[in-house]
Design a protein around this ligand. Structure first.
Ligand code: BES
Ligand code: MN
Ligand code: ZN
Length: 499
């Protein structure tokens, strides 16, 4: 993270760093509500309206800090916790631009009843906006070096000692969630020469190794072969980095429900023999983002000590063209015995997920309540929603609604697409049970293909999240950087914590 975030019991006016920050809500008549800012210097507020995300600096008058920054939350009547996150995130770049080294924000406890959640969201907003991926920048190559001043610390301030415990608890969960999102972002951002299938395994081993409640089972090599994970093998056989299926199980001492999470882990997607055009092919290092979400979630559910059993399954492969690669037209019998005509080797995500979903159905179907899968599956999903949200499909209306609602609260939007029977005809093959492409409505075709490999008698609550449009960001939000976004982690945690 670019800066530290700490907590301190202190009055805003006594804080002696460079800048003191207040979040300000708005009256119905579009004037800022500033009654909670004692000793506010006489200032012309004419142009600060406290609109959502609006920021304005003031010299601070009576305050110990040199400057005062007001950040708008929008209308008081419509205030939601996500706005605290957004306000925190949108204050970072103004602070950086003004060469401020130390800043503090007064937690607006009078605006949000639940101070635990307020602390969590505020922490998260700063942490998510402060994310950076600098692993591959050598010291003397760091652009920021010539700028002498860097934002080094943000202090979260509160006054009322009775709130301390709940605020600390909130910060603790904020930290855990931020760590999980950052892990997913890191995994997506790490280039494919570093983030190979075996490296994903090493990451999973780290997660399991630092927990008492997580075990890791790796299925690779001969085990993949003997157990007929032939679709995973078919996608991975052109690469010198051999495929593997990772199975993480988080089992706390007390739980009632079990959730299975499946994530596409294509560490690089060239398209295989159905080679992709070279333009933007480099982005395909993020084709393991589904697996990245699942790994981040496994870490988070453990650190948040959620009282649920959570299974994480990630098939990890590299999709390469080679003399040993799968050819368009090849027919492969998958784990569950269904044969697949692989007409396009670039529709590889659904192949590795098919074997994984079959395995999940067989092994966990009877024991689990929910099955969720995450995949950068189709470019077509970008045609559907642009980059503004991810496509959701599933066989359970209630589950889909819960996920959409969870997504709304954390600003990770989902939009549901139908899985009408019509689409099943599109993937009928002349010579095999199914084929892996099916023409128009590519995102739905992808979901429809996956559905063929789920035992729906056991898994009547399944959802598929096609995150191709949102896993890789273009800095459209202050809390979502360029590159890997970790999209899906927060919405899923929201859903899981609600169970
Ligand atoms: N990983 C891609 C999907 C993708 C494409 C994600 C562009 C983000 C940006 C996936 O494996 C893929 O190649 N899908 C094909 C499917 C097609 C061959 C049916 C696609 O979307 O073109
Ligand atoms: Mn592909
Ligand atoms: Zn892919």
């Amino acid at each position: 993270m670019k800066f530290d975030i700490n907590l301190k019991r202190e009055r805003g006016s006594d804080y002696s760093g460079d800048c003191i920050v207040y979040f300000v809500a708005q009256n119905d008549d579009e004037t800022p509500i500033i009654t909670h800012i004692p000793d506010l210097p006489e200032a012309p507020f004419s142009d600060f309206q406290a609109d959502e995300g609006e920021t304005q600096f003031f010299y601070s008058g009576e305050f110990e800090a040199d400057r005062l920054l007001l950040v708008g939350l929008g209308k008081k009547e419509e205030l939601e916790l996500s706005q605290a996150l957004e306000a925190a995130a949108s204050s970072v770049s103004p602070l950086e631009k003004l060469d401020i080294e130390q800043a503090a924000v007064v937690l607006p406890v009078e605006l949000f009843e639940n101070s635990e959640k307020l602390a969590e969201k505020t922490y998260l907003g700063f942490a998510l906006a402060g994310y950076e991926f600098e692993q591959f920048k050598s010291e003397d190559n760091d652009e920021d070096d010539d700028e002498d001043v860097e934002l080094g610390e943000i202090m979260l301030l509160f006054e009322d000692g009775r709130r301390q415990t709940s605020i600390e608890r909130g910060i603790d969960s904020g930290k855990n969630i931020a760590r999980a999102v950052s892990l997913s972002r890191d995994l997506g951002n790490t280039p494919a020469n570093q983030m190979t299938p075996i490296e994903l395994e090493a990451q999973a081993a780290d997660i399991a190794g630092s927990s008492n409640n997580i075990t890791l089972n790796v299925i690779d090599g001969d085990q993949l072969k003997e157990n007929n994970f032939n679709l995973i093998r078919a996608v991975g056989q052109g690469s010198e980095h051999p495929p593997r299926l990772l199975e993480l199980v988080y089992e706390p001492s007390k739980y009632q429900q079990t959730v299975v999470l499946v994530g596409k882990g294509v560490t690089f997607d060239t398209g295989g023999i159905s080679l992709k055009p070279s333009k933007k092919m480099g982005e395909m290092k993020f084709d393991m983002s589904g697996a990245g979400v699942v790994l981040g979630l496994m870490q988070a559910v453990d650190q948040l000590k959620l009282p649920l059993r959570v299974v994480g399954l990630t098939p990890c492969v590299e999709n390469m063209p080679d003399s040993r690669s799968t050819r368009p037209g090849d027919i492969v019998e998958g784990y569950a015995g269904k044969t697949v005509e692989i007409l396009n080797t670039d529709a590889e995500g659904r192949l590795i997920l098919a074997d994984t979903l079959s395995y999940a159905s067989e092994k966990w179907g009877e024991k689990a309540d929910y099955l969720l899968d995450y995949a950068t599956l189709t470019g077509a999903s970008i045609v559907v929603l642009g980059h503004a949200g991810a496509c959701l499909m599933g066989n359970d209306d209630k589950l889909c609604e819960s996920l959409i609602k969870a997504g709304k609260t954390v600003d990770e939007r989902l939009w549901r697409l139908p899985l009408w029977e019509d689409y099943e005809k599109k993937i009928e093959s002349e010579t095999a049970d199914v084929k892996n492409i099916g023409g128009r409505a590519g995102t739905i075709i992808g979901g429809t293909f996956l559905r063929q490999f789920i035992d729906e008698e056991k898994f009547d609550s399944w959802a598929h999240l096609d995150i191709a449009a949102t896993a890789w960001g273009m800095k459209e939000k202050s809390f979502r950087p360029e590159g890997g976004t970790g999209f899906g982690v927060q919405l899923t945690l929201e859903f899981l914590r609600d169970l």
